[in-house]
Ligand binder design. Structure first.
Ligand code: TRP
Length: 334
């Protein structure tokens, strides 16, 4: 038990989780929980950095994302699910870490830089948003995680975490924190239904784990394919075609997918037939997830009890880490 490698991951609860989350990270988490000691965090504090004007939305999404976790197969007997804001030690550690990173370094963090541009913050960029990678370093290290299963967009966060903890260990001459690595899946990111680089709620191109079967059919039938594939008899483009990317990610029948690719490339396979097949594949994948979601949703009190138990367990470890941090810094006064 004690010697298992520690894993920590999390998501901002700002909306329901989608197939991109599954491919990028959830699938790995379901696998990792059998061998590792895994913490899964509902990152409500991070969600507030750009939703501080709507804490009620974040609060509601905490329960929804917890349901998504349970639905997808994150097993509370194996993984520890907890709420970030209920671990004050994370905020405490963040404060100490803030001294170990420059404002210039934060401004250069590629993930944050992209987000700042996308959200068009301009002069209204808050200190809280700019420094959220430091808070994320505290999330990861408060339980001394060594592995973080995430999509590739999170790599700069892992790098920044290691920079901070290396500095901590060197400066305070203590071996408090281990190095952390990212676990990036083979398909690091799923395209959106519109063919855009990334599936995301804000781009409106997502298929959610909680979408019902009809919604999935509608979304798939409206999917972007090869714009030059006009007549059924025309040869179609497989590469870069989101329908095939989804099939690669979700159809366990690899031979069938290859057959469809060959047929599409030759010509004679229409988009409608192909999309109907994809919708069926996705609904087969999603159905057990929906069933589990429905079961857990019936007893929300039980879901909150699971999250509460996970939070208490995390606090215990967090308290121990903070004690070591303070001893290393020689500020453990008593
Ligand atoms: N930044 C992550 C996201 O936007 C969420 C997150 C917060 C996280 N803290 C984390 C992920 C710690 C992994 C580890 O999805």
């Amino acid at each position: 038990m004690q010697n298992r490698k520690v894993v920590l991951t999390g998501d901002r609860p700002t909306g329901p989780l989608h197939l991109g989350h599954y491919v990028g990270s959830l699938a790995n988490r379901v696998l990792l929980q059998d061998t590792y000691l895994q913490y899964v965090m509902l990152a409500d504090v991070q969600a507030l950095t750009d939703n501080f004007d709507d804490p009620e939305k974040v609060r509601q999404q905490v329960l929804e994302v917890a349901l998504d976790y349970l639905a997808v197969g994150i097993d509370p007997q194996k993984s520890i699910i907890f709420i970030q804001s209920m671990i004050p030690e994370i905020a405490e550690l963040t404060i100490f870490y803030l001294n170990l990173v420059t404002v210039n370094r934060l401004k250069r963090n590629p993930t944050v830089k992209t987000e700042i541009a996308q959200k068009g913050f301009g002069e209204s960029l808050t200190a809280g948003f700019l420094m959220y990678p430091v808070s994320q370093a505290a999330d990861i290290t408060i339980v001394k995680a060594q592995l973080v299963p995430v999509g590739e967009d999170q790599l700069p966060m892992i790098e920044q975490t290691n920079e901070i903890t290396r500095k901590f260990n060197t400066l305070y001459q203590a071996d408090v924190f281990p190095e952390v690595s990212a676990l990036i899946p083979k398909v690091a990111r799923l395209v959106g239904t519109d063919g855009k680089a990334k599936m995301s709620k804000s781009l409106g191109n997502a298929i959610y784990l909680s979408d019902d079967a009809d919604t999935v059919v509608k979304k798939v039938m409206a999917m972007y394919t090869d714009p030059n594939h006009i007549k059924i008899s025309d040869p179609g483009k497989v590469e870069g075609n989101p329908v095939f990317m989804f099939l690669d990610a979700f159809d366990p029948d690899i031979a069938k997918v290859q057959e469809l690719k060959d047929h599409y490339a030759r010509g004679g396979l229409g988009d409608v037939v192909l999309k109907k097949y994809l919708a069926q594949v996705l609904n087969t994948f999603l159905e057990p997830i929906r069933v589990r979601r429905r079961d857990f949703a019936r007893d929300k009190g039980e879901v909150m009890r699971i999250v509460r138990a996970g939070t208490m367990a995390t606090r215990e470890i967090a308290g121990k880490t903070m004690q070591e941090v303070k001893e290393a810094m020689k500020i453990a006064y008593w």
